[in-house]
Design a protein around this ligand. Structure first.
Ligand code: HEC
Length: 340
């Protein structure tokens, strides 16, 4: 788990607990897995019951459940090359290639696995159950069950198999999978954390990150923005209530994927907003409680994706807001009570 969950919000107890406690982070997947096993088991009993060999079905169920309780859920995010290499070893060590071919090598008693990961149902968890109990997927399966593959071995073989797909292929999923990006390196995450921030992956299958400094607040200075310049996969940044200044914002100029930016209750001024001109994906900007003026916000007129701008408790006037709205008709500008 540790390698892919990037969220360590030392300063945010609830969030840290939610995202770093492996038990809680894992719980839904375990339930899913267990439910899957139970459902499949019921299905097997109901539909094939008497005709097939009940012993063969009953047996793998026990190790499977035990294994599920034991760290068998794949970590979130993209597998690392190390995990894939480890999974390949497990595959090779268990004679899978006697029946399966990968890249033209291996037997043909079972399906070719060269692109097995390209099938959107073949998630790491699905592949794990295929290994430990193939009958959960195909009640009449002739593939032997491998209840002995468990723990980290099971995780890595699941990840290895899921990585088998044509280069650059999309897995045609039901819900669109975001463009794959590399996870933020542990060293960079550590830097941000040292400066009082947290780096959190936006979703299990998406390595884009949200960076949050607002919980640390006033002790966060421009120095905290320096490492951000390298984290191009940042989609959300919260600097509210920190002591950052206009100069510090120069570091986020290049974060062109940024969608949400919180600058409320900071010392930033119009000068700082000049650094945001290139953030073309920006959809949400909050400068509540800053010294920003009408002139300052006109610098945002090129941000075609901007949908919400909070300028309550600033020097922005209705006239200034209307001027920006003329350039960005889709933009909603929240001026305060009057605007509602
Ligand atoms: C004795 C032959 C045999 C061996 C050994 C074997 N399999 Fe299979 N495997 C099959 C057959 C047959 C299927 C087709 C579906 C079924 O019967 O479950 C299959 C299906 C699969 C699938 C699903 C593929 C698909 O496209 O649906 C995966 C993944 C898989 N095997 C992985 C493995 C792994 C990993 C190992 C080694 C740990 C292994 N198999 C060992 C025979 C084998």
């Amino acid at each position: 788990m540790s390698c892919n969950i990037l969220s360590v919000a030392a300063s945010v107890p609830e969030e840290a607990e939610l995202f770093t406690n492996p038990r809680r982070a894992k719980a839904p997947a375990v339930i899913l897995l267990t439910t899957g096993v139970t459902a499949a088991g019921l299905f097997v009993m109901a539909s094939v019951g008497a005709q097939t060999k009940p012993k063969a079905q009953a047996k793998p169920a026990a190790p499977k459940t035990a294994a599920a309780k034991n760290e068998t859920v794949a970590p979130s995010g993209a597998p690392t090359p190390e995990q894939i290499a480890a999974g390949k070893k497990v595959y090779e060590g268990n004679g899978c290639s006697g029946c399966h071919a990968i890249g033209g090598k291996g037997g043909n008693a079972g399906p070719d696995l060269s692109n097995t990961g390209a099938n959107s149902t073949h998630t790491p968890a699905w592949l794990q159950s295929q290994v430990t109990n193939p009958k959960t997927h195909t009640p009449t399966s002739t593939m032997p069950a491998y209840p002995g593959i468990k723990g980290p071995d099971l995780v890595s073989i699941g990840l290895y198999l899921s990585s088998l797909k044509p280069a650059g292929a999309s897995s045609a999923p039901l819900i669109p999978v975001p463009v794959k990006v590399a996870p933020v390196s542990a060293a960079v995450v550590a830097k941000v954390e040292k400066l009082g921030g947290s780096v959190r992956q936006v979703a299990q299958n998406d390595n884009h990150v949200e960076i949050d400094y607002h919980m640390t607040g006033a002790s966060v200075t421009d120095a905290a923005l320096v490492p951000l310049a390298t984290i191009k996969t940042t989609v959300e940044l919260n600097l509210a209530k920190t002591s950052i200044t206009d100069a510090g914002l120069a570091n986020i100029k290049g974060l062109t994927g940024l969608k949400t930016l919180h600058l409320e209750n900071t010392k930033i001024t119009d000068k700082g907003l000049a650094h945001l001109k290139g953030l073309k994906e920006l959809a949400y900007l909050n400068v509540y409680g800053t010294a920003v003026t009408d002139d300052g916000i006109q610098q945002l007129s090129g941000l075609a994706n901007l949908k919400k701008l909070y300028v309550w408790q600033t020097k922005v006037t209705k006239a200034g807001a209307d001027k920006l709205k003329a350039a960005l008709p889709k933009l909603e500008i929240v001026l305060g009570f009057d605007a509602k």
